[in-house]
Design a protein around this ligand. Structure first.
Ligand code: FPP
Ligand code: MG
Ligand code: MG
Length: 387
């Protein structure tokens, strides 16, 4: 089968905005403390894939010409935004405004009604750009924490944050990112959008907890679909919640109707699920050198992802191994071999493909645009990626 050729580069459509992303996030993260500054910005580097902000920006454009909600239905609770007020950590020993403690004394919140209007040329509003930044900040925070939990040594081909700075600083830097992301979010002055992204943070933790427990409650010795349902639920919370709710938020900030916001959400949900299934597949098919992070990691971490859960339908012996998180001598190797000779990898790929199709289907109600095509292409490209 020939590799699909892509004529359109999705990132090029929002290149101007993407170019500013890293710098803008770094500005949101400025801290008076030099080492906090360094650790917090460690996962905010221009080499990152920045998939989530890319999708958010494309979604902003793709929904630009979609139906808009009536003024009265709009969730926005204020037309004034404080989006451009700098976030600083004031020096308490010097003058600062006690009624607005995190804003430098001299800076009053600016009522910026321009902040919510979309630029005619780029079709993206400042608040949607800020949302893209917030999404990446929450993602980076979750990676800092995740690498501590997973005891990771590398990320994107470099030492992981925990390895470079130690667990304590990595955790604190992740918390700082969440704090600053929350301030930036509040400044969008849209209560529904705040609620969406706050829910994402809770969902990330819920997903990680589900993964810690690995569905042992749903795993008996015999194969049961409940184990797979648990895995999909966990995958939504851990991976798809952020991108789906960010997509919905992008549509809402653009004043979209509920129908449009629902479609944006469904795109993000199915893209996220497809993406994580491919991730779980790559853990079985790609070597660590190519991946830029350790491969075969999931079994070693005791994780039962889609390939091994599908393989379990063919090989009953996997049940007890999944149950004990592959902790006995030889479990990892035996489970690995069974997955390789099962149809688990193929079925994982098929499931990823079906989620990808659903993502594309969801946004078919949007008018034709380059941005919509870009979103479609991201959903297709995810399936053939190697890392
Ligand atoms: C990567 O998964 C991890 C996540 C996408 C989410 C991790 C969530 C937490 C640690 C919860 C608490 C954190 C915050 C900020 C709320 P992975 O380990 O499968 O992927 P990897 O191979 O990239 O490490
Ligand atoms: Mg990890
Ligand atoms: Mg993890």
């Amino acid at each position: 089968e020939a590799a699909p050729s892509f004529t359109l580069n999705p990132a090029a459509i929002v290149a101007t905005e993407m170019k500013m992303l890293t710098k803008n996030i770094q500005d949101l993260l400025s801290s008076g403390h030099p080492s906090l500054d360094k650790v917090a910005k460690y996962y905010i580097r221009s080499e990152g894939k920045h998939l989530r902000p890319l999708v958010v920006l494309l979604m902003a454009r793709a929904t630009y010409n979609c139906p808009k909600a009536e003024e009265a239905e709009r969730r926005r609770d204020s037309i004034s935004a404080t989006i451009n007020v700098p976030i600083t950590s004031p020096n308490i020993l010097q003058d600062h405004n006690p009624s607005y403690p995190d804003v430098d004394g001299s800076v009053r919140p600016i009522v910026d009604s321009q902040a919510l209007a979309s630029d005619v040329a780029t079709q993206i509003s400042p608040s949607q750009k800020r949302l893209a930044e917030i999404t990446e900040m929450i993602h980076a925070a979750s990676l800092l924490h995740d690498d501590v939990i997973d005891n990771a040594e590398a990320r994107r081909g470099s030492p992981s944050g925990n390895l470079a700075f130690g667990n304590k600083m990595a955790i604190l830097a992740g918390d700082f990112l969440l704090g600053r992301a929350s301030v930036a979010l509040a400044r969008l002055r849209d209560a529904e959008v705040v609620e969406l992204l706050a829910t994402v943070i809770a969902n990330l933790v819920e997903g990680e907890f589900m993964q810690l427990h690995n569905g042992t409650e749903t795993i008996s010795e015999k194969y049961s679909p409940a184990a797979f349902e648990y895995y999909i639920q966990k995958t939504y919370l851990k991976t798809a919640s952020l991108i789906s709710k960010s997509c919905r938020a992008a549509a809402l900030l653009g004043g979209s109707t509920k129908e449009v916001a629902d479609a944006a959400y469904l795109y993000g949900k199915n893209l996220g699920l497809s993406f994580q299934l491919v991730d779980d597949l790559l853990d079985y098919t790609i070597t660590s050198g190519e991946l830029g992070k350790p491969a075969q990691a999931d079994l070693k971490l005791g994780l039962a992802t889609a390939p091994v859960l599908f393989a379990w339908e063919q090989y009953e012996e996997l049940g007890p191994m999944i149950n004990r998180k592959f902790s006995e001598e030889g479990d990892v190797e035996k489970a690995w071999a069974m997955v390789q000779s099962s149809n688990g990898l193929e079925r994982t790929r098929e499931l990823a493909e079906s989620f990808s199709r659903k993502a594309i289907e969801a946004i078919s109600i949007f008018p034709d645009s380059e941005a919509r095509e870009g979103l479609e292409q991201i959903a297709k490209k995810g399936l053939t990626r190697k890392k």
